[in-house]
Design a protein around this ligand. Structure first.
Ligand SMILES: Cc1cc2nc3c(=O)[nH]c(=O)nc-3n(C[C@H](O)[C@H](O)[C@H](O)COP(=O)(O)O)c2cc1C
Length: 291
């Protein structure tokens, strides 16, 4: 495109035609996996308490997945050496194939290839301040641009393209809350929607499910003292363990079915919305579309 972009274009309708013609073919549905082809699932656990409720739920998930023949490995993020991202943009600017390099040398260099090898990834985290834990966020900051690249895959629009497109993965999450019951989940579990929108796009795959283990309490708080000790009244219920187990089974089966489809930016933002976003950039100084 040359020079400044014109405002409204009467050929706007052509964008959708162009989109249809230029769209990448839909991800080919893989055939049913062979019985002996192993299913590899990685559990990334963001808890700080190795024997706490998140770990217990992750263990139930693993049991469910193993029952369906999956090989499951777990990584406790708190035990990894993961430094804070310095925003040097070395990964972001990398144009080559595969995982982008980083200016820091630590355990991320081993963790990202393990994700690349995996057919499925579970993100498990306690709810902290209505979100995932700090260590999970630090991990994602270091992961995002090493696993995905910015691009203009469609009409020079902004885009995010996974660098880990060697396979289509299944993703799921488990969040374990302290005081908030399930009924209030949508007000205090921002971690799940965040993971749900990022993981499939950045790590190439499909979200297959999530669970929120809300506060199941030993008894209703009856006093000020009880409310102060709310987290101590919390226990995991059998139903929550079963849900985690079923999620593990579901992930193994989803991978075995071979029917997973990756999320791409083209699918997330319909052409009309992308076209509008381009215009918004073009008319908001000081933005100018590059030649
Ligand atoms: C710093 C911090 C913040 C927390 N924030 C929340 C919260 O926003 N909502 C909630 O329901 N529980 C919150 N909790 C309680 C934890 O989610 C709860 O204890 C959880 O089950 C811990 O998981 P774990 O046993 O794996 O450590 C918080 C706990 C801590 C330590």
């Amino acid at each position: 495109m040359n020079g400044e972009r014109a405002g409204w274009q009467p050929i706007g309708i052509c964008f959708s035609v162009y989109d249809i013609l230029s769209a990448r073919p839909p991800a080919r549905k893989r055939s049913q996996r062979e019985g002996d082809e192993s299913v590899k699932i990685l559990v990334l656990n963001g808890t700080y308490r190795p024997n706490g409720s998140t770990t217990e739920l992750a263990a139930a998930f693993m049991e469910g997945a193993r029952g369906r023949g999956a090989d499951v490995d777990t990584i406790m993020l708190r035990d990894q050496k993961i430094g804070y991202c310095t925003n040097c943009l070395k990964c972001y600017g990398f144009a080559g194939p595969g995982i982008a390099p980083c200016c820091m040398k630590d355990d991320m260099d081993e963790l990202i290839p393990r994700i690349a090898e995996a057919d499925g990834v579970l993100f498990a985290s306690p709810v902290h301040n209505g979100f995932v834990t700090g260590v999970m966020t630090v991990f994602w900051e270091r992961l995002s641009w090493r696993a995905a690249r910015p691009g203009g895959a469609f009409l020079n629009s902004m885009s995010i393209v996974s660098r880990l497109d060697n396979k289509v993965r299944a993703f799921a999450s488990i969040s374990s809350a302290g005081g908030m019951p399930e009924r209030l989940r949508k007000f205090c579990d921002d971690g799940t929607p965040w993971l749900k929108s990022n993981a499939p796009l950045i790590l190439h795959g499909q979200w297959i499910g999530d669970m929120y283990a809300g506060a199941d309490l030993e008894h209703m708080p009856a006093s000020d003292e009880d409310w102060r000790r709310l987290y101590f009244l919390r226990r995991l219920s059998e139903r929550q363990r079963r849900m985690a187990f079923a999620l593990g089974e579901k992930m193994a089966e989803a991978i075995r079915s071979g029917g997973l489809k990756p999320v791409t930016m083209d699918k997330m933002l319909p052409p009309a919305l992308r076209w509008i976003m381009d215009r918004v950039y073009a008319v908001s100084p000081p933005y100018r579309l590059a030649e």
